[in-house]
Design a protein around this ligand. Sequence first.
Ligand SMILES: Nc1ncnc2c1ncn2[C@@H]1O[C@H](COP(=O)(O)OP(=O)(O)OP(=O)(O)O)[C@@H](O)[C@H]1O
Length: 261
Amino acid sequence: MSGLVIREFHAGYPKRQIISDLNVGPLPRGKITVLLGPNGCGKSTLMRSLAGLNKAQGQLVLDGEDLMALPFAKRAEKVVYLPQSLPAGVHLHVLESIIVAQRASGGHANASHEQEVMSLLEQLGISHLAMSYLDQLSGGQKQLVGLAQSLIRRPELLLLDEPLSALDLNYQFHVMDLVARETRKRNMITVVVVHDINIALRHGEHVLMLKNGKLVASGEPAAVITAESLAEVYGVKGRIERCSRGTPQVVIDGLTTSLEM
Ligand SMILES: Nc1ncnc2c1ncn2[C@@H]1O[C@H](COP(=O)(O)OP(=O)(O)OP(=O)(O)O)[C@@H](O)[C@H]1O
């Protein structure tokens, strides 16, 4: 079966289980899956566990192969996780950092690879930053470089943890369009964590909703993002309305519960 199937998946930390008995899939190839859920519900823990960076038990079957059985280096060739922020204190310039990421996945520096890196930087609108040092970039610029480092590794499963959090409105759309295009072109499975429900409605082709480490719903955006699920998962009174061009949007009228983290 094509895609990623997650079965009886449990994940967390030495003294604390966060994700319990997750069963989902197949997450489709060539499409963006958006992972939604309130603060602290376990989105990053799940993403890191899918990448093999956190302890987990269960099955993670990619096109029939159980990733949990692979040595970490083999799994890292197929699965790339982009964290919420790049590690600080890396004294490389942008171009070097992307070439290092490319080599880490078995690529070798040659003219066509360099061209690929430059073309990616151009598509992300950051080619002018190629010779800038990472620690001298803004938060949003670092996020774009992180995305370039992830895409250059040509993963089969791309896990992007809040890749839009530091980007302005224009870049949020630009980046989601680019990620959607690359996801289709490479036929990869892309999972993106976002907090903006309207981004999920507009760009998500499949949506997973988590609450307290458990899956609440999985499926097409319109089926998952409903007034009922917004009330249950986020404690808000919301409506889904279509704008004049037909795009669904969430309108929030108020809260149904008080804050609890
Ligand atoms: N290293 C850790 N050790 C123990 N517990 C942790 C660790 N990291 C995170 N947690 C806990 O795991 C739970 C889930 O955290 P996680 O970062 O996965 O949530 P999240 O859904 O990504 O949240 P946010 O939207 O705020 O980024 C939280 O209760 C958090 O306190």
